[in-house]
Design a protein around this ligand. Structure first.
Ligand code: GLU
Length: 467
């Protein structure tokens, strides 16, 4: 079978982390089977869909490297096709015009509420003579849903699920303004796009029954359904806007790597033995429906962050540099010149080891970006008191004794100096740090000194003494 999957976001906001997981699962399933992964933008709800949201979703899918095949399908472009299908259903007497007014339906709803039964349209126009139709009312088109029996779905995750057909009322296919409903549009588009498998959140399971009824009415085979339990927040409730950081864009801004997010989302509801770190290649090789769990997974930001730290360490230093440059420039307003870039590359291993996100690296990188004169932090100013300034001037004079300016040599030299002067390493390292970085926190100070070079260190210490 030629597998074709799809991701079908409604562009009403940013890409939700749960949506990103749905896209990932569909992409991996398609890649695993050498099939196609398509993207459909479900923009028929013109009031709620925005171009801005479309652009954000496309941008974040690309950022996450969840690449789709072919051009995206915009559901609103298929308007005529949707109407054509409804006309066909009317001709085949499988759908009908319903002229019930809002007031009438409100009464019906109230009556059913009073009887303690869920609201269901009662099919009052199903068999009515259309000649009795009022002239001043634009009808909706409803499907003649089966009245008896059951609708059964063999879901690849949930197993066999069924509903009594008497619980499914005659759903609307076309609204009175002629626009197709979500339920109809999804079915027609899935059919026309040749979708073979639908992997999506189990909040769509009830829709699947109705969609199957439409597929059946059209004598179209329906795609295989695969409803995945939703992601929950730490409080055990469905992950939603109420929770912190549910949009993929937030993680991009916070400096998470796409590969870390993919790996994390993959493990959120899918497993392959005890494997935690899974490469993209392995993910494609291993992804199967068997690995999908039946219970909802909890979103754990700490776990995501530690995976991110892992992927940061793995990533090539040049690539990290390219990723952090815009962040540094945006945050500090500084331009990163060639000298700073060289220094950043030299110090990158330590920066990576100390960081969990790209933003952490960008923050710590300032030590190699800030030029003289430095802005000393309050804590650094405190450390640079007259006693420490005196100490620094003594040490500064002796740096010339050091033949090779490397981090281990500098460290040894300072340790020996401490021993001779009965001092502790921190008592010397901290004033040096404050003097040459303007701060009390930095990557390992001897490494920073080595990367700056003797001349620059001497210059910085002199400036700090005279500040
Ligand atoms: N557009 C729907 C949503 O964003 C998904 C529809 C589907 O996957 O069938 O929730």
């Amino acid at each position: 079978m030629n597998v074709v999957t799809r991701f079908a976001p409604s562009p009403t906001g940013s890409l939700h982390i749960g949506g990103a997981r749905t896209a990932l699962f569909n992409m991996l399933f398609a890649r695993h089977h050498n099939g196609k992964f398509l993207l459909r933008i479900e923009d028929t709800d013109k009031k709620r869909s925005t171009d801005k949201a479309i652009n954000i979703i496309l941008r974040d899918l690309e950022w996450l490297d969840l690449r789709w095949d072919k051009e995206p399908v915009y559901q609103s472009n298929n308007y005529h096709r949707h109407r054509e299908i409804v006309d066909k259903l009317i001709k085949e007497d499988k759908a009908y015009k319903c002229y019930a007014t809002k007031d009438e339906l409100d009464d019906l709803r109230q009556k059913q509420i009073n009887e303690g039964i869920p609201y269901r349209y009662d099919g009052r126009w199903r068999n009515k003579e259309q000649s009795s139709a009022p002239i001043n009312i634009k009808p909706v088109i409803r499907l003649k849903s089966p009245l008896e029996g059951q609708t059964i779905i063999k879901d690849m995750v949930q197993g066999e699920v069924k509903v009594d057909n008497k619980e499914l009322d005659d759903m609307i296919l076309l609204r009175s303004d002629g626009t197709p409903t979500f339920m109809l549009a999804v079915v027609v588009d899935d059919h026309d796009m040749g979708i073979t498998h639908i992997i999506r959140g189990d909040d769509h399971l009830t829709n699947a029954f109705r969609q199957k009824v439409i597929f059946d009415a059209l004598n179209w085979p329906h795609p295989k359904f695969c409803h995945v339990p939703l992601i929950h927040g730490p409080d055990g409730k469905k992950l939603s806007k109420r929770h912190d950081a549910v949009g993929a864009d937030i993680y991009r801004k916070l400096g998470y790597l796409p590969e870390a997010i993919r790996n994390y989302l993959l493990r959120l509801g899918w497993s392959h033995g005890n494997d935690e770190i899974i490469s993209d290649k392995e993910a494609i090789e291993w992804f199967d429906v068997k690995g999908l769990g039946k219970s909802s997974a909890k979103f754990d930001k700490t776990k995501l962050t530690s995976l991110n730290a892992h992927y940061i360490k793995q990533k090539n230093n040049y690539e990290i540099l390219e990723l952090i440059l815009p962040m540094i420039e945006k945050n500090s307003g500084a331009t990163v010149d060639g000298v700073s870039r060289e220094m950043l590359l030299e110090g990158m291993n330590s920066l990576k080891n100390r960081s969990k996100t790209l933003s952490d690296i960008a923050d710590q990188s300032l030590v190699y970006v800030n030029k003289l004169p430095l802005n000393f932090s309050d804590k650094a100013k405190q450390i640079l008191n007259s006693e420490n300034k005196l100490l620094l001037s003594k040490i500064n004079r002796h740096f010339n004794d050091l033949s090779e300016w490397t981090a281990p040599n500098i460290e040894n030299w300072i340790k020996t100096y401490c021993d001779k002067n009965n001092s502790k390493l921190g008592n010397i390292a901290q004033p040096i740090r404050a003097a040459i970085t303007g701060s009390t926190q930095s990557p390992p100070i001897f490494e920073v000194m080595a990367i700056f070079g003797k001349k620059e260190v001497t210059l910085r210490i002199n400036q700090a003494i005279n500040s």
